[in-house]
Structure formats: C-alpha cells, structure tokens
Ligand binder design. Structure first.
Ligand code: ZN
Length: 67
C-alpha cells in the first residue's frame, strides 16, 4: 500500500470501495461513479470498472481487490 508523503490541507479523502486505498476526492485518478445516490471515488480506471460490474459485491465486502 502506497502512503502519500504529505497531504495537503483541506483535501478530502475517500476510500476506494474496491481496493480500499485512500483517494483524493478533488482529483480521483480513476474517476467517480454514482451508485444508489452515493458517489464513489476510485484510485484507477480498473477499480472503477470492477465496481460498476458488481457494486454490491464490493459494498458488502464479499469481494476485494488487493493492490
Ligand atoms: Zn482502487
């Protein structure tokens, strides 16, 4: 797991629901996707795609990708 050396002030971080990495909400590398009126943030396009395929599996914790 990569930990940023420093975090700028006033940036909100959200967990990627697929790999559980911290994602910069202001600039998510993998973009965002809205599911059931909740916006999810992704570390990369791969996680975004995986989540769109089976959102329930990741939200329930059945499925998880280790990065
Ligand atoms: Zn991810």
């Amino acid at each position: 797991m990569k930990i940023p050396l420093f975090r700028k002030n006033r940036i909100d971080w959200e967990k990627d629901p697929v790999c559980h990495m911290d994602v910069d909400m202001g600039n998510p590398n993998g973009g965002t996707w809205v599911y059931q009126e909740t916006t999810y943030y992704f570390c990369g396009p791969g996680c975004n795609k995986a989540f769109q395929k089976e959102p329930q599996a990741y939200l329930s914790g059945d499925k998880k990708i280790e990065m």
